[in-house]
Design a protein around this ligand. Sequence first.
Ligand code: ATP
Length: 514
Amino acid sequence: MANQDDNLLKKIVAHAKEYGFVFPSSEIYDGLGAAYDYGQYGSELKNNIKNFWWKAMVQMHENIVGIDAAIFMHPTTWKASGHVDAFNDPLIDNKDSKKRYRADVLIEEYIAKIEGKIKKEVQKAAKRFGDSFDETQFLATNGRVIEYNAQIKSINDRMKSAMETEQLNELKTLIEDLGIACPVSGSKNWTEVRQFNLMFSTELGSLAEGANTIYLRPETAQGIFVNFLNVQKTGRMKIPFGIAQIGKAFRNEIIARQFIFRMREFEQMEMQFFVKPGEEMKWYDHWKEKRIQWHKILGLGEDNYRFHDHLNLAHYANAACDIEFNFPMGFKELEGIHSRTDFDLKAHEEHSGKKLQFFDPQENQNYVPYVIETSIGLDRMFLAIMSASYKNETLEDGSERVVLKIPPALAPVKVAVLPLVKKDGLSEKAREILETLKFHFNCQYDEKDAIGRRYRRQDAIGTPYCVTIDHDTLQDHSVTLRDRDTTKQERIPISELTNRIEGLVSINTLLQKL
Ligand code: ATP
């Protein structure tokens, strides 16, 4: 299974590059680690995802507004948020290969190997017992599996305790006890474990002297917190209300890999919802429900999502979960939903000396609101869509195609306008139709090569509809409309084309399901 999925990720990376979705950043200089550029179709898809999120969160809610804060913020912001002191990863270097690793990831990979062994035991037993195989019972009773699970638990407990108490030497001892070797050199010659802050820093001002260290924001949330009062006052917002934002965030990730899943420069779509203290659990459940619904109406497969509740909560949270998606690498975090208490606003009050409170006329008192956050990585959402949409299919006529079954409302190009041949006035007629459609949809015109090859090109970039103009069109003013997913063609009058396509590809079709 693992191999097959690795292959899927490789295929998606290659397809994304070949068809103008995602390129390695500055590729002519051999690229830059964990930085990617979105190409002509990728940026369209990205914009459509943003649009869908923004509309669902802002436009559809009277009490949510959006902002666009600067990436650079006053350095005290990051002191108050805890990022200067605590946004760290534990690092370890192998002395022979000089390669650097996250100590916790080395341990997690070791655990994953044991999990792999459990999976193998299950597969072997399933084969042996056939139809009568009961996986749950097997997992609970098989001696070897019980032993493996006990090992996993013991390693996890040691790792968590070392991380929580910041016993970095204990992490190193654990790596040594497990006999973990560097995947590159194969040696177990490790340095001590050190904490490494993930924030990128730079200097403000042209003079090095007196220059201030500032940071590229590692999350967009703080831009919302510092504007809480500005927005509340100018928007006359009443609790409960939300502030949404889409923007870049930067983290100096040590192990940045798995394509656009973990990058050093990425984009977040975040919403902070301010509520009355004591009501946060009700809103936490509300937003969990709302956010999973947003995902599911895209039709990428309900089984591809699952909630993962956090047992070890960050110091500022009183509840937290992830929405995980079934990526080619397995179920991984796509979105986080966190009940952040009043931690951030209180910390900014303390550091700024400004009151960040809400006067509640019903209670006739001021309070610092509690916050529920929904935070989704735009790039991870992009990868989720690509992973679920990428299909290798054999058609009825036996031919093969690669098709991206991107939800039509998010597809980069909505309609391709294709004259059957380049002559007999068909190109002119096709261009005439294009001139009307282009005011409504992102269209593409293509008259090169045989029609079958043109359909394949549109399938490969996920275009949901192709309009084909043939000789009959000149007489009956009708065209064929080809559906990407079924490949079925239907003849419809030109006069009905815009309305028909609109009903199939508009973002409203999704929003109405929310
Ligand atoms: P992870 O555990 O995978 O590092 P996180 O828990 O640190 O993620 P959050 O701080 O909760 O992530 O950020 C919210 C969202 O931002 C994540 O759910 C993810 O979709 C996205 N995100 C975080 N880090 C990255 C990254 N390096 N590259 C791309 N997206 C990211």
